[in-house]
Design a protein around this ligand. Structure first.
Ligand code: NAD
Length: 245
């Protein structure tokens, strides 16, 4: 038997991660029923159902997506792993599997967490807009597969079939419980490896506060309707002011 999807019923793939957990907490506060799908369970929260599984496993996904109308895809291997085969398997094949499972389970909306690095060619971008082309020479394998992942998700947007998709592109997320960005900066500084400046010290970088990313993800999910101009599009998400770096 198939449970009818309810609009307030969502699943967060990668919900055990840094961003995913912030998203789960905000969704709960907004009255959503939340399931987490992840290869690991990193916490427990009342009202959240955890499904442990690999997003490359369609059967496992189908079980978790029963009755779900909205899926947030926030899972990825860590960029630092630099494992090409793993990125390809999870970010490309895995995303295809997620999209197939969503279609089969009757999911209506998919919101992807992409990355601003998909348009970064290694040269400065100031006031970069969404009409910038994808990087022809992505900076690493992670970014290469994030580009393919984003293309797959946006291409899957099909009003006739009833699946609507959108992507949000943050850059360098910081905030409480951040496992990577700030701890790595602090560690590098402690080891004395930040005592030099690249350029004249006026470089800017647009890190994104985690709550702003969550806000963007939820706003885009709630605005995603067949008549909405955001269908099948990607959006950069930033703070008001870049950080001097
Ligand atoms: P994270 O590592 O904290 O969380 C990712 C989660 O995905 C983890 O809980 C992990 O267990 C899960 N996961 C990995 N492989 C999986 C698989 N095969 N099946 C199921 N779950 C799997 O990372 P994060 O910082 O929360 O990143 C979330 C998303 O945001 C990712 O898509 C990432 O590409 C994107 N992003 C992050 C940043 C950043 O600075 N953190 C910047 C831009 C984009």
């Amino acid at each position: 038997t198939r449970i009818r999807p309810s609009s307030k019923r969502c699943a967060v793939i990668g919900g055990s991660g840094f961003l995913g957990r912030h998203l789960v907490e905000k969704l709960l506060g907004k009255g959503y029923t939340v399931s987490v799908f992840d290869i690991r369970q990193s916490y427990e929260l009342p009202g959240v159902t955890f499904h442990q599984g690999d997003l490359c496993d369609k059967q496992a996904l189908l079980t978790a997506l029963q009755g779900v109308s909205l899926v947030f895809h926030c899972a990825s291997p860590a960029p630092a792993s630099d494992d090409k085969a793993l990125f390809q398997r999870v970010n490309i094949q895995g995303t295809q599997t997620v999209l197939q499972a969503c279609t089969e389970a009757g999911v209506q909306k998919v919101v992807l967490t992409s990355s601003a690095s998909v348009v970064f060619e290694g040269t400065d971008i100031k006031d970069g807009r969404e009409d910038l082309p994808y990087a022809k020479n992505p900076i690493d394998y992670y970014t290469e597969t994030k580009i393919e992942q984003e293309k797959l998700v946006l291409k899957a947007c099909d009003k006739e079939k009833g699946l609507l998709t959108v992507a949000i592109r943050p850059h360098g997320i910081f905030g409480p419980r951040d496992p990577q960005l700030v701890p790595i900066l602090v560690d590098t500084a402690r080891r004395g490896n930040m005592k030099f400046i690249i350029g004249d010290g006026s470089n800017l970088v647009d890190f994104t506060f985690v709550d702003n990313v969550v806000h963007g993800l939820i706003l885009s999910a709630e605005s995603l309707r067949p008549e909405s101009p955001i269908c099948g599009k990607a959006y950069h998400i930033t703070n008001d002011e870049p950080v001097r770096f």
